[in-house]
Design a protein around this ligand. Structure first.
Ligand code: GRG
Length: 295
């Protein structure tokens, strides 16, 4: 492990501890929806979005508690999206993160509700619900706006709708592919970095640079995800996207061209940090790590 990977795994542990405490506080019930919510949150995952939020905040000299609430909120929204994405009415998947999907364990209705709970609770978290008085109300409103824009009708929801529309359909062009992934993946990564910047108390201009950094990084991440679709290491059903006729980067270009497109997006992402974050910061190393990942 490089020293950066050791630091990254420490950050992941810090996030997992905060998540575990939050679960202790809010999701201990034995009713089915709470069990399904807990199951989805604790099923593992790389925690890319909260790490991006925390590393952005750190790169800007922000304090951890302010950013942690936002980090939890983005992971809640991400987890909701995975639970809903796996449902029979969407991608109908049996495996996620190497484990049975939430609806396979708790049934479709309870899984749907667990997703709804996570989405709603994410907004409750950043709005404060009395918990974190250290973020001022203006910053909280800005965070709520970021989350809504990234996940709502012009964000992830639209990306998912377009993705379903273009599945097993001919006639798609590169712009359709980019639009799906900008919305479905890019926006939430952009939001994660923007939340880290807001938590650090930066100006709207700087927040915009980080949003754009995260969005480009998200596209690069998605292209790599397409390249990894045929690997068993992801814990998803192998080759699922390809077999389902999904509009992926590999449906439109060679693996070599896809890798080059990911590298280009990552370069453009890093250019957004120039003059704000020092070279070789952990945030920059994280962007490189995302492209090298094998799971
Ligand atoms: C249901 C509104 C709605 C949206 C669903 C997230 C999503 C949109 C669909 C999941 C399928 C997919 C390939 C999405 C692209 C984003 C992506 C790469 C998700 C997987 O994220 P990881 O790799 O997951 O960070 P882990 O398991 O590590 O948390």
């Amino acid at each position: 492990m490089t020293s950066f990977e050791t630091r990254l795994s420490n950050w992941r542990e810090i996030f997992s501890d905060a998540l575990a405490s939050h679960i202790q506080e809010c999701y201990l019930g034995e009713d089915l929806v709470t069990q399904a919510t807990r199951y989805a949150l604790l099923a593992g995952g790389k925690r890319v979005r909260p790490l991006l939020c925390l590393l952005t905040n750190e790169a800007l000299g922000g304090k951890l508690p302010q950013a942690m609430t936002a980090a939890l909120a983005v992971e809640f929204i991400h987890t909701y999206s995975l639970v809903h994405d796996d449902l029979p009415s969407m991608d109908n998947d049996d495996l996620r993160r190497g484990k049975p999907t939430a609806h396979k364990v708790y049934g479709e209705a309870q899984a749907l509700l667990a997703g709804d709970a996570l989405l709603t609770d994410a907004f409750g978290l950043v709005a404060g619900s009395g918990a974190d008085a250290s973020i001022d109300s203006q910053a909280k409103v800005a965070m709520v706006r970021e989350l809504a824009a990234a996940s709502g009708s012009q964000g992830m929801v639209l990306g998912q709708s377009l993705d379903l529309y273009w599945t097993a359909r001919t006639g798609a062009e590169r712009q359709h592919l980019d639009q799906i992934h900008e919305r479905k993946t890019g926006r939430l990564l952009g939001c994660s970095a923007a939340l880290g910047a807001i938590a650090a108390g930066t100006s709207p201009d700087v927040v915009q640079r980080f949003r754009s950094f995260g969005e480009r990084l998200g596209l690069a991440f998605q292209i790599m995800d397409d390249l990894l679709d045929e690997s068993t290491a992801t814990g998803k059903s192998v080759g699922k996207d390809k077999d389902a006729g999904k509009l992926t980067y590999l449906a439109m270009m060679s693996p070599t061209a896809a890798r080059a497109a990911a590298e280009n997006q990552s370069k453009l992402a890093l250019a957004e940090l120039s003059g704000i974050v020092p070279k070789n910061s952990d945030l920059e190393l994280f962007a490189h790590w995302l492209l090298k990942r094998t799971f």
